[in-house]
Ligand binder design. Structure first.
Ligand SMILES: NC(=O)c1ccc[n+]([C@@H]2O[C@H](COP(=O)([O-])OP(=O)(O)OC[C@H]3O[C@@H](n4cnc5c(N)ncnc54)[C@H](O)[C@@H]3O)[C@@H](O)[C@H]2O)c1
Length: 354
């Protein structure tokens, strides 16, 4: 991390009360950035945002991205140099229940933010966080590249593909190469880390089953996902934002930040490795109830980020799962979770890349 770049840098994070946003806020406050956060209240109870007191070193605005005036006011007042956009309705299953909400937040919310940024005279770099699910899934055995077709079977995935298209339109229509502001998009893998209590997400479900002495029930044990610790893509977003700010148009495009190929593993492999940290955990069982469609195989090709940004993962999946287990066990033991989280960030920063 380039502390000299981030020191006193005015950064606007949307979704700062969420799982990834809380980790990112702590990372950036360690680097000395002046942060404004814009989000709804933490989406879960408990929440990393509360446990790690992630809002302590920033100006935290609790408001709705669907409210164009609210986001405009917040950007005008914060005068950010860099915007990192993470706020979203991020759950596939919730998107089946309420597709309209998903598109309103993930697509029109982004439009509201980009319009606010367009009116701002301070913003130079915007990184829009979309998803590995923005690609049209062909059930291929190899990873998707940035130039592959966008798509999405479910409303969440499709809304993230739409967000990619919106960002591209603002780039070509309003943030032209010679303009002051540049916009890039970032597609990360399935992130894991301490402090995620997201509904219907695999790791929270497993940890909950272990805590309540039940066998974890797996919906798609053979489904393959590009698993990575949350700090991996966050370090990529920061590197990308830095390049975008300093050098502009050459970096204003889409970027994958996925794990090494070997860490695209099945749900079953992930659960069995995680369970090794709880020797008395019950073995998993298959979920037999009917489930909505989810892709069978998803991998990301991050060659471009490696070659051009020099970005590389630092923790492999086994190391990442050990951090998840350690974090969760520390929380159960009543430790100070701000200290535990900051210590994991410090350890990550010291780690050489793989
Ligand atoms: N967690 C993953 O595995 C993963 C994988 C790929 C991409 N992503 C993307 O990363 C981003 C962060 O995901 P997360 O896992 O931290 O999710 P999260 O649910 O923990 O956090 C979502 C954040 O968005 C905010 N938000 C939601 N609706 C809002 C609205 N209408 N107005 C303002 N704020 C709103 C919430 O308050 C919260 O701060 C999302 O864009 C998600 O799609 C996540």
């Amino acid at each position: 991390m380039n502390a000299a770049f981030w020191q006193d840098r005015r950064v606007f994070i949307t979704g700062h009360t969420g799982f990834k946003g809380s980790w990112l806020s702590l990372m950036l406050s360690r680097l000395g950035a002046k942060i404004t956060g814009f989000a709804l209240p933490p989406p879960t109870t408990p929440a990393l945002f509360d446990l790690a007191r992630a809002g302590q070193d920033m100006h935290s605005i609790i408001a709705d991205l669907r409210d164009a005036d609210a986001i405009d006011r917040a950007v005008r007042e914060a005068r950010p140099e860099i915007i990192l956009h993470l706020a979203a309705q991020p759950l596939v299953r919730q998107s089946y229940d309420d597709p309209e909400e998903t598109y309103a937040v993930n697509v029109m919310g982004l439009v509201n933010l980009l319009e606010a940024a367009r009116r701002s005279d301070s913003t130079r770099a915007i990184v829009v966080i979309t998803s590995d699910k923005c690609y049209e899934n062909r059930e291929w055995p190899w990873g998707y590249r940035e130039n592959e077709a966008l798509g999405g079977h479910d409303p969440y995935s499709s809304s993230k593909a739409c967000a990619e298209i919106v960002a591209a339109a603002w780039r070509s229509s309003f943030f032209a190469p010679e303009a002051r502001t540049h916009v890039a998009t970032a597609r990360a893998g399935n992130v894991i880390g301490g402090g995620d209590w997201g509904k219907d997400r695999l790791i929270p479900d497993i940890l909950n089953a272990i805590a309540t002495r039940q066998p974890p029930r797996l919906r798609n044990p053979e489904a393959v996902r590009p698993w990575q610790h949350v700090l991996e893509p966050l370090s990529g977003y920061l590197l990308l934002a830095e390049k975008l700010y300093a050098e502009g148009a050459a970096w204003a495009e889409a970027w994958n930040f996925g794990p090494a190929d070997a860490d695209a593993q099945s749900v079953r492999q992930l659960v069995e490795t995680l369970a090794q940290h709880w020797p008395d955990a019950f073995p998993w069982e298959p979920e037999t109830a009917a489930q909505p469609h989810e892709a069978g195989a998803l991998r990301l090709d991050s060659s471009k980020a490696r070659a051009r940004l020099g970005w590389r993962p630092r923790w492999n999946l086994r190391a990442a799962l050990a951090r998840v287990a350690h974090w969760h066990q520390a929380w159960q033991a009543g430790e100070d979770m701000r200290a535990v989280t900051l210590a994991q960030i410090a350890a990550f920063e010291q780690e050489p890349s793989l």
